[in-house]
Design a binder for this molecule. Sequence first.
Ligand SMILES: Nc1ncnc2c1ncn2[C@@H]1O[C@H](COP(=O)(O)OP(=O)(O)OP(=O)(O)O)[C@@H](O)[C@H]1O
Ligand SMILES: [Mg+2]
Length: 380
Amino acid sequence: MFGNNKNNYYFCNDYEKSRNEKSRNMENPFKFGTIVEENYFTDRVEEVAYIEQCVKSANHLILISPRRFGKSSVVAKAVKQSGRKHITVNLQQVTSVADLSAKLLKELFKVHPLERVRHLITHFRVIPTISTNALTGTMDVSFQPGVDGTILIEDVLNLIENAHTEQERIIVVLDEFQEICDLAPRFDKQLRSIMQNQKHINYIMLGSQESMMTDIFENKKSPFYHFGELMRLGKLPRGEFHQYLSERLEGCFPEKHAELADRILDYTDCHPYYSQQLAANLWQIGVLQPATPDPLQKAIDHIVTTHGLDYERLWMNFNRTNKWILQHLASEKPLQSGEYRTSTIYSALKRLQKDGYVIYSDHYELEDPFFKAWILCSND
Ligand SMILES: Nc1ncnc2c1ncn2[C@@H]1O[C@H](COP(=O)(O)OP(=O)(O)OP(=O)(O)O)[C@@H](O)[C@H]1O
Ligand SMILES: [Mg+2]
C-alpha cells in the first residue's frame, strides 16, 4: 500500500519539490507501541506532578487506565524527573515468583553496584547465581530451579528495603501488576504482608485490566485493599494533543497540518496510541505519496487493511451477543432496543471491557477506532 506507485505522484513546482525532499530526509516524528519520552511525549503535566508528589510522601501509588493510554510513559517520565533511584519490572514478562525475585535483583544491580549490596545478599536463605552478561554489561541473576519462590521474594524485597533509608527511598515500579494474581496461589497475601512493613520503598503499581486492578485495590476482601493512592489516567487533553500533532505534521503538510490534526483527533477521540499510530501512517503517506488527494483517509484504510486478518480472527471468536453489541457500538446505535435483556447486555459489556475491546469513559465505546471501521465496513 505504501509502494512507490508512480500514479500517485504529480508534477511538483520547485517549492513542493524541495519540501518533499526535506520531509523525506526527516525522521517520522510520531511513535507508537512503546514507552514515549522526550520529543514524543506531550502534556501530562499535572499527572507527572501528582506522581512526583506522591512518591515524595511515604505513600504508594496505583495507576489504572485502559490499555495504551500512556501509563508506562507517564510513570517513566515522573520517576526520571524525580531524580530518585528507581527500578521497574513488568509483571507481564515474569513467569514465576522466583523469576520476579531474580528480575527485581537484576534491576537493583543497575542502580547499585554489587559491592554495595553484597553484604546483604549473604543473609539470603538461598544464594543467587550472579554473572555479568558479556554482551550487555549488565548483571544476570538466577536462582537454583525448584526453590520455594516465597522465600526468594521475601529475601529480595527485604534486601531492597535494607539497602535504602527513609531519607533516600527507592521507587519500585511494578507494571501490569494485575498479573500477580496468576503467579502463585495467595501470592497477593504474601506480597502485601512483606510490603506493609517496609518504609524505604515507594511502590507504583500500574495496570490496565480495569476490573482486575479495581478488584485488587478496591475490594475490601483483597489484601491490597486501599494500599495506596488510586489514580486513573484519562485520554490526552485535546488542546495540547492537537498542538503536538499539528506542529509535527507541518513539515509534511504545511497548508493543512492543523486541519489534519483535528481530523485525527476526531477519528481517534484523542486516544494517545491510536492518534500517534494514525499520525505516523499519515506522515509516511505525505512523504512517499504526496499527491494523494485525501492522505488521512488513505492512512486509515491502510491501517484497517493491514489489521484485517487479525480483526477477522477476533470476530470469528466472538459469540452472537458480543457481535451484536460490537456492531451496535460501532454504528453508535442504542443498545436498549429490546433484542437482549439489559442484564445480558450489561454482563457482556463488562466482559468486553475486561478483555479490552470496549472502554468506558462517560459512555461505552469501542477501544480501537480501526476495528470499529472494520466492523462497519464488514457488516455493510
Ligand atoms: N504523553 C504522551 N504523549 C504522546 N503520546 C503518548 C503519550 N502517552 C502515550 N502515548 C502514545 O501511546 C502509546 C502507549 O503508551 P504507553 O505504552 O505508555 O501506554 P500504556 O498505558 O502503558 O500501554 P499498555 O496498556 O500497553 O501497557 C505510546 O507508544 C504513544 O504512542
Ligand atoms: Mg504499559
